[in-house]
Design a binder for this molecule. Structure first.
Ligand SMILES: Cc1ncc(COP(=O)(O)O)c(C=O)c1O
Length: 386
């Protein structure tokens, strides 16, 4: 143990010259990248050890899923979310975005409608379109700084051609952890209107508020589980999205059959490194995850207090994820201004919300402080008409 505890999230790790998508975007420029959702921390030491062991073995032949993998997924869901699944319900995927694209093809025909609420993680909007399905976007509502569903508006949007609701829970980008009551009401609507639900729960391991709890939608009731496909991955919590391992969970065998049929011969099997990393993370990574959540919580608090005092910005409370959602509509061309000031943020327009910004705060605190100072400086120059 060091003074910082067992894990040191303050240690800066140089990601330049590693072909990092996040850092390459601003190659050669003094811009702190805070756009795409990966963390500037090394993954859990237990994951690195497992990967090193596998790398040193030296033979990288065709690999079946390790026998312990789906039982480890099931044990983690029961421990962390109180959700009992049968390991048979798991369908492995090489990425969660792959899963979003597969479900659009598996559960809706060409020309059918797929419903989602905006703002939303951009692949929710592109996946239906890639498959020639129609994407129906219903806005979430903001009230007193908190985002919620407008169920009446959602229901009015449903037509006889609507097949599927794409749900993000916890929610990227607003950071909401939907309560059991909110999820039950949403599921009630979907069951009544015979919509399948695809619930992307990739951020379920990143709940920051001690008072909030992630409820897997399908865990609420067997009748909801019958109509739900849950998409998950360890890659967001444990920061190995480049290793390509995610999974769907469906208790309904017909939904699993349709998923597998749509994937057959097209979606590649999951790589060995992703499966071993996932196994190690779920089996042995809990202590690292809890330390990470403490660190992210303090970063989140710093973002909210610092940017909350900046004129022209409204920052929403991030209950889960390491992504802050910011209303910057009072600052014209905010993304460009902040980029010129040396911080690269994600443009809310990509999420269906022009004028908003998403800031990734999963980095060492010293870097975060520098980025927040740059943002505050640029915002105050803009409020003075600069
Ligand atoms: C809601 C959500 N789904 C999926 C993904 C990406 O998943 P993958 O890298 O497994 O495709 C992200 C990444 O940020 C996300 O926020």
């Amino acid at each position: 143990m060091t003074a910082k505890g067992a894990f040191d999230f303050d240690r800066p790790i140089d990601r330049r010259e590693t072909a990092s998508a996040k850092w390459e975007k601003y190659r050669g420029r003094d811009v702190i990248p805070m756009w795409v959702a990966d963390m500037d921390f090394a993954t859990a030491p237990v994951v690195i050890d497992e990967l090193e062991r596998r790398v040193r073995h030296g033979v990288y032949g065709y690999t079946v899923p390790p026998a312990d993998l789906t039982p480890a997924i099931a044990a983690t869901l029961e421990r962390d979310a109180g959700w009992r699944i049968d390991p048979e319900w798991v369908v492995l995927l090489p990425g969660l975005v792959v899963g979003l694209n597969v479900v659009c093809r598996a559960f809706a025909a060409e020309g059918d409608e797929i419903l989602t609420a905006i703002p939303i993680y951009p692949p929710f909007l592109s996946a239906p379109e890639h498959a020639n399905r129609v994407c129906l976007r219903v806005p979430l509502v903001e009230e007193g700084g908190r985002w919620r569903w407008d169920l009446e508006r959602l229901e009015r949007a449903v037509t006889p051609k609507t097949r599927l609701l794409l749900l993000c829970s916890p929610h990227n980008p607003t950071g909401r952890v939907w309560s059991r009551e909110e999820l039950s009401a949403l599921a009630e609507l979907c069951l009544r209107r015979r919509l399948l639900i695809v619930s992307d729960e990739i951020h379920g391991g990143l709940v920051l508020d001690p008072g909030s709890r992630h409820w897997p939608l399908a865990s609420l009731d067997p009748s909801i589980a019958e109509q739900t496909v849950t998409l998950m991955s360890a890659s967001k919590t444990f920061n190995f999205p480049a290793l390509g391992c995610a999974f769907a969970i469906a208790s309904n065998p017909e939904l699993r059959r349709r998923l597998r049929r749509t994937m057959a011969g097209i979606v590649h099997h999951v790589g060995a490194m992703g499966m071993f990393a996932t196994l190690a993370a779920y089996r042995d990574g809990r202590a690292w995850q809890l330390a990470l959540l403490d660190y992210l919580r303090a970063n989140r608090d710093l973002v909210e207090t610092t940017l909350g005092a900046v004129p022209g910005l409204r920052v929403f409370h991030t209950e889960a994820t390491y992504l802050a959602w910011i209303d910057a509509r009072a600052i014209p061309d905010a993304v460009r201004r902040f980029e010129e000031a040396g911080v690269g943020l994600y443009d809310g327009a990509l999420f269906g919300a022009p004028g908003y910004l998403r800031l990734n705060f999963a980095c060492p605190r010293a870097l975060l402080k520098e980025a927040l100072a740059r943002i505050a400086g640029a915002a105050s120059r803009s409020s003075r008409g600069g």
